[in-house]
Design a protein around this ligand. Sequence first.
Ligand SMILES: Nc1ncnc2c1ncn2[C@@H]1O[C@H](COP(=O)(O)OP(=O)(O)OP(=O)(O)O)[C@@H](O)[C@H]1O
Ligand SMILES: [Mg+2]
Length: 238
Amino acid sequence: MVSMLTVDNLTAGYDEADVVSNVSLNVIEGKITCLLGANGAGKTTLIRAILGLNNIRAGLVTFSDKDISSWATHDIASEGVTCVPEGRRVFGKMTVLENLQAGAFLERNASVVMQRLKQVYDFFPKLEERSDQLAGTMSGGEQAMLTIGRSLMSNPSLMIFDEPSLGLSPLFVKENFRIIKDINEKGMTVLLVEQNVRQTLEIAHFGYVLSQGKIVASGSVDSLKNNSELRAAYFGSA
Ligand SMILES: Nc1ncnc2c1ncn2[C@@H]1O[C@H](COP(=O)(O)OP(=O)(O)OP(=O)(O)O)[C@@H](O)[C@H]1O
Ligand SMILES: [Mg+2]
């Protein structure tokens, strides 16, 4: 097992307070690694620190054997790390097609961009049907697809999803998880950050549980499912 992204004793926060402390985790190449935690546990803070959007107070972030701890966000992106952010941030006044093209802004070769567009449309035929529609007028579920499609347009080697199921109807949640599984089965390495424990553990291979800024459990998905404390806390059964 090769760790594509390694977080080593990372501490990050805002102002005086540390929000996540001494967090260590491995995101295994070709697998889905999940990070589970309740509201306010520090999940987004941790992702933002990995992406160079929050200062790292201590610790190391290594991607494909390179120390990226102090890299700028755009350099981390061009190295192959992309994030599907919390809360579906599409460019509302741009069309679906323009949103997708924006995801490939680092690529100058137009035929490469076209090729990627075709792949994204294969995943999401609806985005092709709606390519001229203003993104802001798409439904919440469609915007969720668009943010995933836009991230795929950068041809990443690691995709980080920040609570992709948040605020979606059960049908779209199911669809979203199916898409993430599908993307992974085509070879993508995934870090899936979620609160939806049940459905996340159905598709993930390895997992970490973050509670109040600290990792409190980790291991294979099977071991997490059998952890009685976690079952009591998250599944409502002991
Ligand atoms: N920009 C900020 N400035 C100050 N404090 C912040 C900032 N962003 C987040 N926090 C605080 O950091 C803590 C962790 O927030 P974070 O957004 O990382 O949690 P989360 O696990 O992503 O939660 P959620 O599931 O609700 O998205 C919270 O107490 C939050 O209030
Ligand atoms: Mg969050």
